[in-house]
Design a protein around this ligand. Structure first.
Ligand SMILES: [Zn+2]
Length: 393
């Protein structure tokens, strides 16, 4: 950076006073003289709350700087529309549980929430979340009221946030142009173009699931017909389209199990899905010319079965591959991509301007919070025994 040692020292001291970095001695110090300390993110100095509202699960985490999940909890439930008031109340309960676990000393900077829908970023207003049944919902305000905490609440689209996380620490690292295709009940794309997230005028860019690919296709929840989502969304997969029409699977696990056993109806369903996925992905590649494209959510699990069909369609339909093939594959961060992206969203203002983080008193050593399996059982019981709760520390 061309700054002298004294300037570096004062900048590091300033960042440390805000709980953003800490200095450690190097593990071994072979040379003579005073060793130069190593500077790294202070994981427990400043944290954010992250939440992911998905159609089939609700997850909450305390995440430290550097993407470290300090404590998290994910509750699974059947897919379906959910009243926003119930959802926000449950989110509040999970947040309070996680905060109790990390202890009262933990400082929080902001909260970030991922949802499968159209979000107006500046005020966290949800315009439409078709697979939750939400429309025109001031989600950031409602969550702020529920939590009653003195911190900003930021809301983002799940595919956008998964792309942000994968771009920072997953399949898109080092790629200035990267697409993360995120499939749950619907499909969205998070697009990084020229190193920046593509948002569009209102923040709604990337709703690739509602691009018409089959004008004679089925009606879509968005009100249109033959959207990409109606051809390769989870509902279409479980319904068994084309050669496997009429054959229904109860869940993605049963479809994948049948495919693993070589059941012709399952294989035909996945071949068909792979072709439609490949057709859409080829279009995205031609429009955005990405260096890498990662498939996440449901599609990460599906990928081994649809890979060859996708690659065949992409090879057949794309025009601009002179600079080498696009690196296509599953996401690296697994199912936590959108959750980790929500944490990145919450940290973003602190990264942009570290002076937005208040200074604090000198650090006091504090005991590690207890993280035991007892909490998991308690959470599962709170969910009526039906839901599955996971906890990682
Ligand atoms: Zn649609």
């Amino acid at each position: 950076m061309g700054v002298n040692r004294t300037t570096v020292g004062s900048l590091v001291t300033d960042l440390a006073s805000r709980g953003l970095v800490e200095e450690r001695l190097p593990p071994d110090n072979p040379g003579p003289g005073r060793p130069s300390p190593l500077v790294g993110p202070q994981i427990d100095g400043l944290a954010v709350l992250a939440a992911e509202i998905a159609t089939d699960s609700l997850a909450v985490a305390v995440v430290g700087l550097g993407g470290t999940i300090v404590v998290s909890q994910r509750v699974s439930r059947p897919r379906g529309f959910r009243p926003a008031t119930d959802e926000i109340a449950q989110l509040g309960r999970l947040v309070r549980g996680c905060m109790a676990e990390v202890g009262a000393d933990q400082r929080f900077f902001a909260a970030g929430i991922s949802i499968p829908g159209l979000v107006r970023r500046p005020d966290g207003f949800v315009r439409l979340a078709p697979n939750l049944g939400w429309r025109d919902l001031p989600l950031a305000d409602l969550v702020s009221q529920e939590l009653g905490l003195d911190m900003p609440v930021l809301v983002g689209n799940d595919a956008d946030l998964a792309a942000l996380a994968e771009h920072t620490r997953g399949a898109g690292v080092g790629q200035a142009d990267f697409i993360c295709l995120w499939g749950e009940a619907g499909i969205g794309a998070g697009i990084i173009a020229g190193g920046r997230q593509l948002a569009g005028r209102d923040g709604y860019a990337g709703e690739v699931g509602h691009v018409t690919v089959n004008p004679d296709g089925r009606p879509c929840r968005c009100g249109s017909r033959g959207c990409w989502e109606t051809e390769v969304g989870e509902e279409a997969l479980l319904r068994g389209e084309g050669e496997a029409l009429g054959r229904e699977w109860t869940c993605m696990d049963s479809l994948l199990q049948a495919a693993a056993e070589g059941a012709p109806a399952a294989t035909a369903t996945l071949d068909r899905a792979g072709r439609w996925l490949g057709i859409g992905i080829a279009g995205l590649i031609d429009i955005f010319n990405p260096g890498a494209l990662a498939l996440g959510g449901v599609y990460a699990r599906l990928y081994p079965y649809v890979r060859s069909a996708i690659l065949a369609e992409v090879a057949r339909r794309t025009v601009g591959t002179s600079q080498g093939p696009v690196d296509i594959g599953p996401v690296v961060l697994g199912d936590d991509g959108a959750l980790l992206g929500a944490a990145e969203l919450a940290f973003a203002p602190a990264i942009e301007d570290p002076t937005a983080v208040p200074r604090r008193e000198a650090r006091q050593p504090r005991p590690q919070p207890a993280r035991t399996a007892v909490g998991r059982h308690t959470a599962a019981q709170q969910q009526g025994g039906e839901a599955e709760a996971q906890r990682t520390a």
